[in-house]
Design a binder for this molecule. Structure first.
Ligand code: BGC
Length: 371
């Protein structure tokens, strides 16, 4: 359950982007994932290594894992990567979980391309390695991946942008700008590729005009998922492209933290409110959605996602075989397609917010209050 808290916005170190492109459309289901090497007896230690708190979902994740691991009868060791040194601090935390004798390690990677050595070491010790929310790249040493369908998140964001433009900005063509997440987060390219699969044809047929001409991930990413980086880029885009009365109709934003930063920049520049997408259903964004400032968000129930990983551990602990899918578009890590437990994201706008949040009292209350 979602509690009141303050979101810690953290800096994430610069790192090189790894192109985890949605390179295949192949999607097949399989009965079971790879089996873990050792047993996970009840009462054993389960490590959870999370990235820095770059958005509210990561704050919730720590709380959810603590309660669900304990409830399932295991001991939890939950660690967050340090704001300023996310990669080395997370590497050290995983090493320490291995030393403490963890039987399974659940990892939300700070940088999915920087954990090859740590997961190899874990596998050597017979530890079950589960990538959580973000995949771990370029290694065969990941047993499972538990996440929402990230490519679909991007598709939903792009469709929301198109729907919002039609609804709020009359008939096209529309002037838009594109934003993506941080290059060190493997999800960021998957979200963007999903969105571009919907937007590219609309750019090609002239429905959408990206006035800045910036349409590649390399040009539109937001280092560290940091609000100030998105706000600065939006301000620069306005100065260069929208200062002389050119209308800005919409902005593809990959999450709520960046959506609010983008809206801050357009407001400061005195532009009319553009249609802006989001993700995460952050408590600061729900009132903005209800009053029409932010057009959409995505609901990814963090409790459900944490429970899915802990259920997987429980199944392995009982000697069972978890049900997984082989979804290359979402879960190919550069070396293998990691057997995945894949959850379905939900698009939320003002129109369906109250219903979409019916299992989340905090969000439902915010949505109801804004009606
Ligand atoms: C998560 C998003 C989140 C972003 C920034 C991603 O990996 O899937 O929900 O907005 O990280 O923290």
């Amino acid at each position: 359950m979602r509690k009141k808290y303050i979101v810690g916005i953290a800096a994430v170190a610069a790192a090189t982007a790894l192109a985890l492109s949605g390179c295949s459309t192949g999607r097949t289901t399989s009965g079971s994932g790879s089996s873990s090497s050792t047993s996970i007896p009840k009462g054993s230690l389960i490590g959870v290594a999370l990235p820095a708190k770059t958005s509210q979902n990561w704050v919730l994740a720590g709380q959810d894992f603590q309660s669900s691991i304990t409830k399932a009868g295991f001991k939890a060791d939950i660690q967050y990567a340090d704001n300023n040194t996310p990669v080395p601090s997370q590497q050290a935390e995983i090493n320490s979980m291995i030393t403490k004798g963890a039987k399974a390690i659940i990892i939300g990677a700070a940088d999915g391309s920087q954990l090859g050595t740590q997961v190899a070491q874990a596998k050597k010790q017979g530890i079950t390695v589960i990538a959580w929310d973000r995949n771990i790249l370029n290694t065969k040493n990941v047993d499972y991946y538990v996440a929402f369908n990230n490519f679909h998140v991007g598709e939903l964001q792009a469709q929301a942008l198109l729907d919002g433009l039609k609804k709020e900005k009359g008939s096209g063509p529309y002037n838009v700008e594109l934003f993506a997440g941080s290059p060190d987060d493997a999800n960021a390219t998957v979200f963007f590729n999903g969105a571009m699969s919907v937007l590219k044809p609309k750019i090609a047929d002239g429905t959408l005009k990206v006035v800045s001409g910036q349409t590649t991930f390399q040009k539109v990413n937001t280092q560290g998922w940091l609000a100030q980086n998105a706000q600065k880029r939006m301000t620069d885009l306005i100065t260069a492209n929208y200062a002389k009365g050119t209308k800005l109709d919409g902005v593809l934003s990959p999450n709520d933290t960046l959506a609010r930063a983008i809206l801050q920049a357009t407001k400061s520049a005195g532009l009319a409110n553009p249609v802006v997408t989001g993700q995460d259903s952050e408590t600061d964004s729900i009132p903005l959605i209800m009053n029409g400032t932010q057009y959409s968000t995505i609901y990814k129930d963090t409790t459900l996602e944490a429970n899915a990983a802990v259920d997987l551990v429980s199944t392995l602990s009982k000697g069972g075989k978890p049900k997984t899918v082989n979804d290359k578009t979402n879960n190919y890590n550069g070396t293998i397609t990691v057997p995945a437990v894949e959850l379905t994201p939900v698009l939320v706008t003002k129109d369906n917010a109250v219903a979409a949040y019916k299992n989340d009292p905090t969000l439902e209350k915010l949505a109801t209050a804004g009606q």
